[in-house]
Design a protein around this ligand. Structure first.
Ligand SMILES: *[C@@H]1O[C@H](CO)[C@@H](O)[C@H](O)[C@H]1NC(C)=O
Length: 280
């Protein structure tokens, strides 16, 4: 289980498409952001549904920046099925649902980025992997990365410690990405995306679940205080709505207006119809 704290500290480095590739420049949606995390290796129609209901940035989950034991060279360890991601991305494109696709690096219990190679070599391998191995069909590869370097259930794991070498690698790799046309960003409130968690943890004493209704109240309060955050994101599109039937995708869209033509009031229940979502 991923921790809410981990979610909150995960920082997104968002990329415009590498300018050296022929693909069109990618960017974040200009509107407010509704970010949905895929669960571990999740690639299914729940992602399509979440995007139809409001999500405009999908964070696929996840990869590790690993090292090949034989060659000692950087290597990307991949969890989700890349054919499936390309297929879902194509479906979203066909439906006219503009979506930014990020790939998360890390996750709870995952090894931290390997630091035995230089940041430049790690970045070059990531970039090569993204352009040559990930891109296929109409999918141009991921638009950027989400740093999600977290902790470990095993208290003796070395990955409960965030080393200076690891932070340095992340920083330098982000700088190299920026040089290639990626954006590394100073996080002002207008760039901040607040992390939420699905209602699977509604009774947890460790994690705080906020319903869309509570989020809209908080958002109004922030706006009244002249602090408008860029958007909201949630972990994850698989568990969203499992306990209450109230989905963060549609519930947040009700006030973020990230997708048009989706009806649903925050806090209410809704059901699917042939025409979309109806309030109950
Ligand atoms: C490591 O590199 C070797 C030599 O290039 C290659 O044959 C092998 O498949 C790589 N290992 C993994 C796990 O990719």
């Amino acid at each position: 289980m991923r921790s809410l704290l981990g979610f909150a500290v995960a920082s997104a480095v968002v990329a415009a498409r590498n300018l050296l590739t022929s693909a069109a420049a990618a960017a974040l949606p200009s509107s407010r952001l509704l970010i949905g995390y895929a669960s571990w290796a999740q690639c299914d129609d729940k992602v399509i549904q979440a995007v139809e209901e409001g999500v405009n940035v999908v964070i696929w989950f996840s990869i590790d920046l690993a090292v090949n034991e034989t060659t000692g060279r950087p290597e990307v360890f991949v969890r989700p099925d890349l054919d499936c991601i390309a297929e879902k991305a194509a479906i979203l494109k066909e439906k006219g649902l503009e979506t930014t696709h990020l790939i998360s690096i890390g996750g709870w219990n995952s090894p931290h980025p390997d630091t035995s190679n230089t940041a430049k070599d790690v970045y070059l391998e990531f970039d090569r992997w993204n352009r040559e191995d990930v891109a296929r069909g109409g999918f141009g590869g991921f638009d950027g990365i989400d740093w999600d370097v977290e902790g470990n259930d095993d208290l003796s794991s070395p990955f409960n410690e965030l080393t200076a070498a690891c932070i340095k690698l992340m920083g330098e790799m982000s700088q190299l990405a920026k040089r290639d046309g990626y954006i590394t960003i100073r996080v002002s409130p207008s760039q901040l995306v607040v992390g939420l968690i699905c209602d699977e943890v509604i009774d947890s004493d460790r994690m705080l679940y906020l319903s869309p209704k509570q989020v809209v109240e908080a958002d109004k309060a922030l706006t009244r205080a002249d602090i408008s955050v860029r958007g909201y994101g949630y972990w994850n599109m698989q568990c969203d709505g499992v306990n209450t039937g109230v989905r963060l995708s549609a519930g947040l869209n009700a006030f973020l207006h990230t997708r048009k033509g989706v009806k649903g009031q925050s806090g209410s229940s809704w059901r699917r119809t042939g025409k979309g979502l109806l309030d109950l």
